[in-house]
Write a protein that binds this ligand. Structure first.
Ligand code: ZN
Length: 296
């Protein structure tokens, strides 16, 4: 089996300080949590940022700050969200301005990866709209900016949407899938559903699973055993175990490293993760991994 790629998703768009006092919200807090997660064994960081009030936003300067802080410190693969503040009025199509806002960080910063939500779904108390025309525009923008899409799958039909885009030449093989299971409004996190998704993707595709809430650990355990990869962190879950809040995102990563060890699966280095995900080596690797105190 391939080594296990651990993605940390430290913040997301909906976790608040009321859910947990430990969720990182400022660019500095987010970068610190990602750096600690890298030290613990994560190879990829899925990044959202917040505004001064703690609300999800797509502020390019916020993403830029996180990217700069991390590129000075480590080589972790950066995967920026393309959906940090989403249109949630089903009666109103996304405006061109909102589309531009969602594309902004990946065009300006050209991260190695960005999330790509390959369809629309109910999501908690919202409708998460990803119009077919917007998906084509997003795919084209990622191709031009050399950003690898992480195909986020909330429902099985999203897989076919991605296959159709690949057939049109808008997504490049191998396609990388992230199954997000257990969100209220979308596909429940069950073993049967995960197996169905894994059996539905094109041969040769890599996949990862993010179970939401109490599904995070069992879905991750299935992925470790099946040869998939895992996403953990406070975007999806705040409890390390029943009734015990994780005090940092790195605690989730450590839990995955321990799980992989128990199940006999090696954990991917960042270089191995780049190969598994079909990314080129980092052009200018950071010369060293400085300690957090190095950062003013
Ligand atoms: Zn996200």
């Amino acid at each position: 089996m391939e080594p296990l790629v651990i993605t940390v998703a430290p913040t997301g768009s909906s976790t608040t300080r009321e859910h947990t006092p430990y969720v990182p919200l400022t660019p500095e807090e987010i970068a610190d949590e990602i750096f600690a997660s890298r030290q613990a064994g994560a190879a990829v960081a899925h990044v959202h940022v917040r505004d001064a009030q703690g609300r999800a936003c797509m502020d390019v300067a916020g993403f830029q700050r996180v990217v700069q802080l991390l590129r000075r410190r480590c080589d972790i693969i950066l995967n920026l969200t393309s959906s940090g503040s989403v249109n949630d009025d089903p009666a109103r199509p996304m405006s061109g301005l909102e589309e531009d806002e969602r594309l902004g960080p990946l065009i300006a910063l050209r991260p190695e990866m960005a999330s790509f939500d390959a369809g629309s779904t109910n999501l908690l108390d919202r409708v998460f709209i990803n119009h077919p025309a917007f998906l084509e525009r997003l795919a084209q923008a990622m191709l031009e900016a050399h950003v690898k899409p992480e195909i986020e799958v909330f429902e099985p039909g999203f897989i076919n949407n991605a296959i159709v885009l690949a057939e049109k030449g808008l997504l490049q093989s191998p396609v990388y899938f992230q199954f997000i299971l257990g969100v209220s409004g979308a596909l429940p996190a069950t073993p049967k559903n995960l197996i169905h998704l894994v059996e539905s993707i094109p041969r040769g595709s890599a996949w990862s699973v993010a179970g939401v809430g109490k599904a995070q650990l069992p879905m991750a355990a299935m992925a470790v055993a099946m040869g998939g990869h895992v996403r953990v962190g406070m975007e999806d879950n705040v409890y390390l175990r029943k009734g015990v809040l994780a005090r940092s995102n790195a605690e989730f990563v450590k839990q995955m490293v321990e799980l992989a060890e128990v199940l006999g699966r090696p954990v991917a280095t960042v270089a191995e993760a780049r190969r598994i995900l079909g990314l080129p080596p980092l052009a200018e690797p950071p010369p060293r991994l400085p300690m957090p105190a190095d950062l003013a």
